[in-house]
Design a protein around this ligand. Structure first.
Ligand code: ATP
Length: 352
């Protein structure tokens, strides 16, 4: 059993429609930072709200700190679950100073202890000098750190954050990803973060839970998720990819596809007949006499790289879809030119 455990949790909002969350099993370790990642409506907020106790599952069990908080005969209210919540809009009280905001959740503590703890968490988030200010006198990033300090103050078992970065502009967002992770690590807190942004998820979490239509698609560390997506949905949701159909070679080390033979990162354990391959665009490296070649149909500048849409020649036939491949920004590539490239097996994955 994990520090936080969800067993077979299902949520129906209406009996006739599909469940918003369907038979979800999730086990989270103490001190882990987890993100729930998925497109709008996939059920991530509902999952977070069920853990918090703001929403009741239709069926299933939830435990926090190895203690049951929801089952068919029990439902603890949010304030008894030992959770700290950070809302998307921070939900700070505008008429209270920063220190009062932070002390808000400590009403059972003595005044001396409240002040000591507020000072501690404001130091932790680097805002001890702002204690007497009011929320409107702080920047978005600072307000978010106050919200996090307030959530951490009562020493919760777990901090739950709903889209914590979505109100921030691009530059601040990157800084806050770093700051929030640092603060959570220093506080040694378990955290569950909801986001629809792959970059947020990859930057802050130990493990990412990708959801679609109420169902978990894959749970993995960011690098593993990117390199070995389990299915087509994950492969396409976490970054760009090229999906190809193919047949496995007898030696189980490569796949025959319409663009030719593609090597796998390692020998596959069983021989599969019809398979799907995901090839990441950065797994295709331009080379003078590469194994594959094709005509550049479109070039898009991505900033750090350029995205080439290459129509491949294979068996003297033109392939159906152009391949997306990344080329270094310093390389001049003309539309209509012929390029050749190799594929890095480590960025090739078999997907369901
Ligand atoms: P978003 O990123 O847009 O917030 P999400 O992944 O968090 O999406 P949820 O908010 O969990 O998704 O919603 C999952 C599904 O449940 C959606 O189809 C949504 O319309 C439905 N839903 C959520 N809350 C309610 C509600 N209170 N009543 C009825 N249906 C709801």
């Amino acid at each position: 059993m994990g520090f936080i455990q969800l067993n077979n949790v299902t949520k129906f909002f209406t009996k006739t429609l599909k469940p918003a969350v369907d038979s979800l099993d999730l086990s989270i370790n103490k001190g882990e930072i987890i993100t729930l990642l998925g497109p709008s409506g996939c059920g991530k907020t509902t999952t977070l709200r069920m853990i918090a106790g703001f929403e009741q599952p239709s069926t299933g069990e939830i435990a926090i700190d190895e203690e049951e908080v929801f089952s068919d005969h029990l439902s603890l209210p949010p304030e008894k679950r030992g959770i700290g919540m950070v809302f998307q809009d921070y939900a700070l009280f505008p008429h209270m100073s920063i220190v009062k905001n932070v002390m808000f959740g400590l009403n059972k503590w003595s005044t001396r202890e409240k002040k000591k703890r507020a000072k501690e968490v404001l130091e932790l988030v680097g805002l001890e000098e702002y204690a007497t200010r009011y929320p409107t006198e702080l920047s978005g990033g600072q307000q978010q750190r106050v919200a996090l300090a307030r959530a951490l103050a009562p020493k919760p078992h777990v901090v739950l954050m709903d889209e914590p970065f979505s109100n921030l502009d691009a530059g601040l967002r990157e800084k806050m990803r770093f700051d929030v992770t640092n603060i959570l690590r220093k506080a040694n807190t378990t955290a569950i973060i909801v986001t629809h942004d792959q970059k947020d998820a990859f930057a802050v979490s130990d493990r990412v839970v990708v959801m679609n239509e109420g169902v978990i698609q894959q749970i993995a560390a960011p690098k593993e998720m990117y390199r070995c997506p389990k299915n087509c949905f994950v492969a396409q949701f976490v970054g760009k990819t090229n999906l190809l159909d193919g047949t496995m070679d007898n030696d189980q080390r490569s796949i025959h596809t319409h663009i030719g033979k593609v090597d796998l990162p390692e020998q596959w354990k069983e021989r599969l007949e019809n398979v799907k391959l995901s090839i990441r665009p950065e797994g295709c490296r331009l080379a003078k006499e590469g194994q594959y070649c094709g005509k550049v149909e479109r070039v898009t500048y991505g900033g750090e790289y350029q995205e080439l849409y290459v129509r491949l020649h294979s068996d003297h036939m033109l392939s159906k879809e152009p391949m997306v491949i990344y080329a270094p920004i310093e390389q001049d590539v003309e539309i209509g030119s012929i390029v050749s490239f190799d594929i890095t097996p480590e960025l090739v994955a078999l997907v369901e």
